[in-house]
Ligand binder design. Structure first.
Ligand code: G3P
Ligand code: MG
Length: 252
C-alpha cells in the first residue's frame, strides 16, 4: 500500500504538539491547537473517544473530572451535556470559554495548516464493531473533510488499527508503544502496513531506530519536555518529536 501521507516534503524532524500545546494552553482544546500552529508545529496529536450519543470528541481521559468542570465518564454523557462544560478554567481562568471539541471542528480548524495525529483511545474499542464504531466514524470524517493526506490515526490498541488497516483505501495508521520494538511489535507494524511507530521516548534505543527504519517506517517518540531530552532523542535519528513544550526543538 502506498502511504496517503507523503513525508518527503519534510526536510527535518517533525515538531508534533502533544494534545496541542499543553505547556501554554489547556490540552486538547481549540486554543491549544491554535497555539500549537502559531508555534510552528508540523503536526498536532490529539485523543478521541465517544460520547453516549456516539459523537467523536477530543479529550484524553475517560473521565471528565481532570480537564473539564464536569464529573463522571465521557461515555456516560451526551455531546450536548459535554459541550456546556468549561474545559479551560482548570488550566487558567483566561480559557473559561474553551469547550471539549468535536473531531470535525479540529479537522476544519487545521485544514491547509497542519497535519493531525488522531489517537483513538483503547476505551473506545467495541468488540461488536457496530456501523458507527469509532474506527468507522473517524475514517469517514477524515475522508469527507479531504484530510487523508495529512492524517495519521494512532492507537495503543492493535485491534483498532487492524480494523482500520483492513478497510478500503485506509488512512495512514501508527502503533503507539510503551515498550521497545521487539519482533512482535515489528511484525505487527508490518502486518498493518503502519507508516510510523510511536514509542515512549524512554524505551527507545539506536538499534530499534535502525530496525524500524529498515522496515520502512517513521519513528515519532513521545512525550518530550526538555531540550536535553530532545537533543538526546534526535541524535538517535528519529523522524520527529511529540512534545508538550514546543520550544524544545529551537535549540536542539
Ligand atoms: O500519542 C502519544 C501519546 O499521546 C500516548 O499517550 O496517554 O498521552 O495519549 P497519551
Ligand atoms: Mg495521546
Amino acid at each position: 500500500m502506498t502511504s496517503p501521507v507523503d513525508f518527503t516534503r519534510f526536510p527535518r524532524p517533525l515538531l508534533i504538539g502533544h494534545r496541542g500545546y499543553p505547556a501554554l494552553y489547556p490540552e486538547n482544546t481549540l486554543a491549544s491547537f491554535r497555539g500549537a500552529m502559531q508555534a510552528g508545529c508540523d503536526m498536532i496529536e490529539l485523543d478521541v473517544t465517544l460520547t453516549c450519543d456516539r459523537k467523536v470528541v477530543v479529550i484524553h481521559d475517560d473521565r471528565l473530572d481532570r480537564t473539564t468542570a464536569g464529573k463522571g465518564l465521557v461515555g456516560d454523557r451526551s455531546f450536548e451535556e459535554i459541550k456546556k462544560l468549561d474545559a479551560g478554567s482548570w488550566f487558567d481562568a483566561r480559557y473559561a470559554a474553551e469547550r471539549v471539541p468535536e473531531l470535525p471542528e479540529v479537522l476544519k480548524l487545521t485544514a491547509g495548516r497542519c497535519m493531525l495525529n488522531i489517537e483513538i483511545k483503547t476505551s473506545a474499542y467495541e468488540a461488536d464493531f457496530p456501523a458507527d464504531a469509532i474506527e468507522h466514524q473517524v475514517v469517514k470524517l477524515v475522508k469527507t473533510s479531504g484530510a487523508m493526506d495529512r492524517v495519521i490515526i494512532s492507537s495503543f490498541d492493535q485491534r483498532i488499527l487492524q480494523r482500520i488497516a483492513a478497510m478500503d483505501a485506509p488512512p495512514a495508521v501508527a502503533l503507539i508503544s510503551d515498550h521497545g520494538a521487539d519482533k512482535i511489535i515489528l511484525d505487527l507494524l508490518l502486518a498493518m502496513q503502519a507508516v510510523s511507530w510511536h514509542p515512549r521516548f524512554t524505551v527507545l534505543t539506536r538499534d530499534q531506530v535502525e530496525a524500524v527504519h529498515a522496515a520502512g517506517l517513521k519513528i515519532f517518540p513521545w512525550t518530550i519536555n526538555t531540550r536535553e531530552e530532545a537533543q538526546r532523542i534526535l541524535a538517535l535519528g528519529v523522524d520527529g518529536l511529540i512534545c508538550n513544550e514546543l520550544r524544545v526543538m529551537q535549540a536542539a
